[in-house]
Design a protein around this ligand. Structure first.
Ligand SMILES: Nc1ncnc2c1ncn2[C@@H]1O[C@H](COP(=O)(O)OP(=O)(O)OP(=O)(O)O)[C@@H](O)[C@H]1O
Length: 273
C-alpha cells in the first residue's frame, strides 16, 4: 500500500533502519562513521555529497555488497547485518540495485537481462539453464513496456543507448518485486535528457508503485526536484537530513565545503550568494 508521505510517518514501522553504522576500509579514517537514519515505506530519498564522501559505501552496506565494520542495519523487520548467506540471498530479492554503469550482460537481449532479476528466486541450476516460467516472461514484457522499451525487447544490450541501458537496469530491478531500490549514481553517465527520463521513471516507481527509492546523486538540482528527503554526507558523516525545502545555502556549504560556491551558482537564484 502506498504510504501518504508526511502523514503520521513517525507512527509507521520503518522499512529500513541504520543504527551506528561505521565502515573502515584500510585507512585510519572511516569511510562511514556512526550513520543513523530510518526510512519509511514509499519514501524517495537522495543521498548527496562530494566525491569520496561515502555515498556508494553507504548504499552498498545496506544490501551487504560491502560489509559494515560495526553497527546494525534492519530491513523489513529483519536484522540484515546478522543474516547468513542463504537468508541474505532471499532477503536481497526484495532489494533491487541500479548501477551507474548498468551492470548488464552486453551480449544478451533486453528481455534476458530483465529476467536475470528473477535469478535470486531460483536454484542455481534453473538459473544457469535460463528457466523462466511463462508468468515471469509475461511480467518481464509488461515491465519492458512500462519503461518504453517494447521496440528493443530482443535487441542485444550492447546496441542500446546509455539511457535505454539504464531503463533495462530499472526493469531488472522491478521484476524482483522489490520493496526497496538502491540506485548508485544512476544518471552520472547520461545526457540531461536521458537523465530526466530515468529520474521520472524512478519517481513513478516510488509514487505509483509505493517502492522505496534511495538514490545517490551528484546533481543537487535533481535531488531537489525529485526527492521527498535529502541526506547530505561529508567525510563519512551525515551532515544534513531533511526535506528539499530545508536544504539552505549554508547546508549545501556544509555538505560540499569548497566545491559549494560553483554549485550554488549552478543552482541559481534560490542559492544566490
Ligand atoms: N574498496 C575500497 N578500498 C579502500 N577504500 C575505499 C574503497 N572504496 C571506497 N574507499 C574509500 O572510502 C571513501 C568513500 O568512498 P565512496 O566511494 O563510498 O564515496 P562516494 O561518495 O560514493 O564517492 P564518488 O561520488 O566519487 O563515487 C573514499 O575515501 C574512498 O577512497
Amino acid at each position: 500500500m502506498k504510504l501518504e508521505l508526511g502523514v503520521n510517518r513517525e507512527f509507521c514501522e520503518p522499512l529500513l533502519e541504520l543504527k551506528h553504522v561505521t565502515k573502515y576500509y584500510h585507512g585510519a579514517a572511516p569511510a562511514l562513521e556512526d550513520i543513523n537514519f530510518s526510512v519509511a515505506e514509499g519514501e524517495f530519498i537522495s543521498v548527496i555529497g562530494p566525491s569520496g564522501a561515502g555515498k556508494s559505501t553507504l548504499l552498498r552496506c545496506i544490501n551487504r555488497m560491502i560489509e559494515a565494520t560495526s553497527g546494525e542495519i534492519s530491513f523489513d523487520g529483519v536484522l540484515i547485518s546478522k543474516l547468513k548467506k542463504r537468508d541474505l540471498r532471499k532477503l536481497r530479492t526484495r532489494i533491487g540495485m541500479i548501477f551507474q554503469h548498468y551492470n548488464l550482460v552486453d551480449k544478451l537481449s533486453v528481455i534476458e537481462n530483465v529476467l536475470h532479476g528473477r535469478l535470486g528466486y531460483k536454484s542455481t541450476l534453473a538459473g544457469v539453464m535460463g528457466r523462466y516460467s511463462p508468468e515471469e516472461k509475461q511480467q518481464a514484457m509488461r515491465i519492458i513496456d512500462l519503461l518504453g522499451l517494447h521496440d528493443q525487447v530482443y535487441k542485444r544490450c550492447d546496441q542500446l543507448s546509455g539511457g535505454q541501458k539504464q531503463r533495462v537496469g530499472i526493469a531488472r530491478a522491478l521484476i524482483q518485486d522489490p520493496k526497496l531500490i538502491l540506485c548508485d549514481e544512476p544518471i552520472a553517465s547520461l545526457d540531461p535528457n536521458s537523465a530526466k527520463i530515468i529520474m521520472d521513471h524512478l519517481r513513478d516507481v516510488s509514487a505509483q508503485m509505493g517502492i522505496t527509492v534511495i538514490v545517490n546523486l551528484h546533481q543537487v538540482s535533481a535531488a531537489l526536484k525529485y526527492s521527498d528527503r535529502i541526506i547530505g554526507v561529508n567525510q563519512g558523516k551525515i551532515v544534513f537530513d531533511g526535506s528539499p525545502s530545508a536544504l539552505t545555502a549554508e547546508k549545501i556549504a556544509e555538505i560540499y565545503g569548497s566545491e559549494s560556491n560553483d554549485l550554488m551558482v549552478e543552482l541559481g537564484e534560490r542559492y544566490a550568494i
